[in-house]
Design a protein around this ligand. Structure first.
Ligand code: GLY
Length: 399
């Protein structure tokens, strides 16, 4: 059996879905191959839109992309909610990053200095000022950074809204694993599903998150260098009587380990996340849950009163420079939209726009150009104009 479209998106997580939706809006016939569209890392992610509080040394170019996407968020969710008739849980609530001991405070001071050098807005607060904003914080909080521009969205609702928007825009679904890429005369022409169904398309987008490097048939020199980076996350519920438990996202470095608490309007409180290089392992471990609860408790002691409703582990698609791979590869007809690592939810709007521009026959927009997959291509296959340098240095831990 063979089915044809203009664009075949392999992977129906939020990156694949936004690519499909935006491409369909351009008038292209789009199909998505995924056994469970709307799943993937977004099922686990907390949904922080933290361009400023997750700033890292050496990631200035990525910061530009992150800020461009954060700026698009209000209009993006308004359009998506209108197109789908569903809410995304977007909250312009701001973020507070706090320090618990002297070393944590030094770390936060460094982050503050880096933010200022990068022209970003954040305000240093004393411990007392932090507790005035968030009365549930521990008395030991030594100081913090108020970042009014870092917000949040609910990734599960975002995925559900994207699914509906895709359906309404005419995107076709193929509920199966793409097993191999089809290549004819050195051009990607589609994919074959595990059940043998052949899907043909003028253009193929590989948007399968951490699995993107495992599609058979992709030539070695264009295979995306993504790896899984495990994150364990907890979900708790704030009973109505305790609300508002927290008003904004709160994050901290607690004696060197990182924790964040993301309070939703519906009472859900997400606590994350571990960062573990363990390959494809998605086991929720006692140690992971213990560390998250220990650090969250140190930050907000009242958390132990809340019902723990869910524990989950997901896989971030890490890339060698922590930045995504967006746009055409050296194999004609094959595009990548993967490697978003810690920023998949944040980068959803700008990824959709950039991918749709390319799929409709245009160029990668300027803001996305440094993230061309060609930056990882072997010297012999990268054209001189495409051989851009890596965009940032590797960092393993989120701030
Ligand atoms: N951006 C949050 C995380 O990756 O854990």
């Amino acid at each position: 059996m063979s089915r044809t479209s203009d664009v075949l998106v392999v992977g129906g997580g939020i990156i694949g879905l936004v690519t499909a939706w935006r491409a369909a809006q351009k008038g292209l016939r789009v199909a998505v191959a995924d056994p469970r569209p709307g799943g993937g890392a977004a099922r686990v992610a907390a949904g922080m839109l933290a361009a400023v509080t997750e700033l890292h040394y050496g990631e200035e170019t990525l910061l530009g992309l992150n800020l461009a996407s954060a700026e698009r968020y209000p209009a993006f969710v308004a359009e998506l909610e209108a197109a789908s008739g569903q809410e995304t849980g977007y909250r312009a609530c701001g973020t507070l990053a706090v320090a618990l001991d002297t070393d944590d405070r030094a770390h936060l001071r460094e982050l503050h200095a880096l933010q200022r050098r990068s022209g970003l807005e954040s305000q240093w607060l004393t411990g007392r000022e932090c507790r005035r904003l968030e009365p549930m914080l521990a008395p030991g909080v030594r100081g913090g950074l108020r970042v009014d521009g870092d917000h949040q969205v609910d990734p599960r609702r975002l995925a559900a809204a994207l699914l509906t928007a895709c359906e309404r825009a005419g995107v076709a679904w193929h509920h199966g694993w793409a097993q191999s890429l089809s290549v004819v005369r050195e051009r990607a022409t589609g994919a074959v599903l595990a059940d043998g169904t052949e899907l043909t398309a003028d253009q193929v987008v590989l948007a399968a998150g951490s699995l993107s490097g495992r599609l058979a048939g992709v030539p070695q020199d264009v295979l995306p260098p993504v790896r899984p980076v495990k994150g364990q996350v907890l979900r708790l519920t704030v009973p109505r009587a305790y609300a508002p438990f927290l008003n904004r996202t709160v994050r901290a470095v607690v004696r060197g380990s990182h924790v964040y608490l993301v309070p939703r309007e519906n009472g859900e409180l997400v606590v994350g996340a571990t960062s573990e290089e363990l390959g494809w392992d998605t086991t929720v471990t006692a140690g992971g849950v213990y560390e998250l609860l220990r650090d969250a408790h140190e930050l907000v002691p009242g958390i132990t009163e809340l019902p723990l409703t869910e524990t989950l582990a997901g896989l971030r698609p890490g890339s060698p420079d922590n930045a995504p791979l967006l746009g055409p590869t050296a194999l004609p007809g094959l595009h990548l939209a993967t490697g978003h690592y810690r920023n998949g939810v944040l980068l959803t709007p700008v990824t959709g726009d950039a991918m749709a521009a390319v799929l409709a026959g245009g160029e990668l927009p300027d803001v996305a150009r440094p993230f061309s997959p060609l930056r990882f291509a072997p010297a012999s296959t990268a054209s001189p104009s495409a051989a851009v340098p890596p965009v940032c240095v590797p960092q393993e831990q989120p701030v």
